[in-house]
Design a protein around this ligand. Structure first.
Ligand SMILES: NC(=O)CC[C@H](N)C(=O)O
Length: 310
């Protein structure tokens, strides 16, 4: 794509998709997320040459939720290598909701089908090196600081506690995984690290920069430093295509065709080789847990600028 998208165009498009926010619901199963403003909307595009255009409530911060699963996977691969990680977590999409438990019983030896569903992401969090949950989360935060070049990024402790206190299904998944030796150590400590990981808070500009770094084969856009090995960046982007939008990944691949990961806070991070990173925030979700406005905007951008990788 030669033509860059202008701020004015992005602003217009954001106005056009705004009404779709009323078709969605906030993720209130994590009580603190119900406090988000359903009308908050923002989009940011970070090109590989370092140019960034954005529109909407760019300073609005939101928590990563499931988008953190891609970043945690990159760190777990760096910490443990590919063989260790994929002995414990599979590579196949499920077609099930992200918190589904039922396929765990259908495979022997039992392991989560992929790192983008909660079962797989809990196992991945458990693999991140660190003696304590805070050490693991501290390492993940440093990794995010390196990727965004913003050392002020933290996790939101209210959102983390709110999820920790109500995450009975994630606890069940962890106990199951512990029984089958997919995870080690304390279930409560792994859940603590996972809920803090999901609560890392940033804005669309940060998120589009992370998407651009994945698109840039894991290299920092300014210094060219390899922050994620190219092969691991590729693994992460492939999971974004096959499982990044939960059980809507197939239709998203057809309609949009951009490797992307969503989270129940309403964020979506896209990563497009040869182009850069795209991030959208709109907290109203569809029935699968994807941002209604995010999907609509990405579909429009993809069609207009022919962005599909397929
Ligand atoms: N889909 C999501 O964003 C889910 C993340 C959330 N923290 C959970 O485990 O339920």
């Amino acid at each position: 794509m030669e033509e860059k998208i202008s701020t004015t165009t992005l602003e217009e498009w954001l106005e056009n998709v705004k009404p779709f926010a009323y078709d969605g619901q906030l993720a209130d199963y994590i009580p603190a997320l119900a406090k988000q403003d359903p009308e908050d909307l923002a989009v940011s595009i970070y090109y590989l040459d370092g140019d960034c255009v954005h529109a909407g409530d760019v300073e609005s911060c939101f928590t990563l939720q499931s988008i953190s699963k891609v970043i945690a996977l990159a760190l777990a691969l760096i910490d443990n290598g590919e063989d260790y990680v994929f002995e414990r977590v599979g590579m196949e999409p499920t077609g099930d909701p992200f918190h589904s438990i039922y396929r765990l019983e259908q495979h022997r030896p039992s392991k989560p089908l992929n790192p983008m569903i909660n079962a797989g992401a809990l196992a991945v969090s458990n693999m991140i090196h660190g003696q304590t949950p805070d050490e693991k989360v501290g390492r993940l935060l440093s990794f995010i600081h390196e990727m965004t070049d913003d050392h002020s990024i933290r996790f939101n402790s209210e959102v983390a506690s709110s999820e920790f206190e109500t995450a009975f299904l994630n606890r069940s998944l962890l106990y199951y995984l512990k029984q089958h030796k997919v995870v080690t150590g304390s279930v409560e400590e792994t859940l603590d690290a996972y809920t803090k990981q999901c609560s890392v808070e940033l804005n669309v500009r940060h998120l589009s920069k992370i998407g651009a770094l994945f698109a840039n084969e894991g290299r920092d856009l300014n210094s060219g430093r390899q922050i994620i090995p190219k092969h691991f960046a590729r693994i992460c982007k492939t999971f974004m295509v096959t499982c990044g939008m939960y059980d809507a990944s197939g239709s998203f691949a057809i309609k949009v065709g951009i490797p992307a990961k969503s989270g129940v806070s309403g964020g979506v991070m896209g990563s497009l080789n040869g182009f850069g990173g795209i991030a959208v925030y709109g907290p109203a979700l569809d029935s699968k847990g994807n941002s209604v406005v995010g999907l609509k905007l990405l579909e429009m951008l993809s069609n207009r600028y022919d962005l599909s990788i397929f």
